[in-house]
Design a protein around this ligand. Structure first.
Ligand code: OZZ
Ligand code: MG
Length: 214
């Protein structure tokens, strides 16, 4: 049977990227998506904004919601300091299988915990599963109708501390209107919109960075 797009993306990484070199893995995926097949990675343009937010935050504990093939997982983890950890949540076992191999090719498996399941089920278990108290940075890039309920759930579970940063992809395209309305009007957050483009296209999209004020 025909291969899947994530399988072809992984093959492009294994063909064009250098083992143990995360930035070459990121570059190989961007090349594949720009010249061969579009895929829903945060991409190179929004990826630069992601890089600057991660570098400035220098987080110890990062949560990513929506691994997909591991592009942003590798991009973020490549910027983390030695004792920091990235936990990434993936619902689809096929995507998880590909992402684990992309992460391994980048040589970042020691920094990353990929956990399979639904965010709504796993968020309440983060503290007991990983001994995490709070997350310094959360990257939201999963189902767009889950951004708001999962943010409220993270608040309820005490996973956010004064200064925790939420960074949300696709707030314009495909769009997360209920999340934007909540986060921009809540006195508990200070938000900033970084205007950009939908990955590998000229369509407008952007990232919303929100700091939890506690
Ligand atoms: O739909 C989009 N993203 C949904 C991502 C979903 C990912 O999150 C996982 N998940 C993990 C945990 C869960 O609880 C639920 C899902 C899913 O298994 C999938 O791997 C999207 C679409 C476009 N687009 O242009 O159409 C562009 C983008 O940048 C996007 O991110
Ligand atoms: Mg996205």
């Amino acid at each position: 049977t025909r291969s899947t797009r994530p399988q072809r993306l992984l093959a492009a990484v294994q063909k064009n990227a250098t083992r143990g070199d995360p930035r070459s893995v990121v570059r190989a995926i961007d090349q594949f998506c720009r010249h061969k097949e579009w895929a829903m990675n945060v991409g190179d343009e929004k990826g630069c904004i992601l890089d600057s937010v991660v570098s400035e935050a220098n987080p110890t504990y990062v949560l990513e919601l929506g691994t997909y093939c591991g592009y942003s997982t590798v991009r973020i983890a490549s910027l983390l300091s030695p004792n920091s950890k990235l936990i990434t949540v993936e619902f689809n076992p096929e995507y998880a299988k590909i992402a684990r191999q992309v992460i391994a090719w980048a040589g970042l498996q020691d920094k990353i915990n990929l956990v399979e399941g639904a965010s709504g089920d796993l968020i309440p278990k983060m503290q007991e599963m990983f001994g995490v108290k709070t997350f310094d940075l959360v990257f939201l890039d999963h189902w767009k109708d889950r951004y708001l309920p999962d943010t409220k759930l993270m608040e309820k579970c005490g996973l956010l501390r004064k200064g925790s940063i939420l960074l949300a992809d696709n707030v314009i395209c495909p769009g997360t209107p209920d999340y934007l309305e909540y986060i921009r009007n809540s006195p508990q957050y200070e938000s900033q919109y970084f205007k950009s483009h939908l990955e590998y296209t000229k369509v407008e999209d952007g990232l919303e960075k929100s700091v939890f004020l506690g």
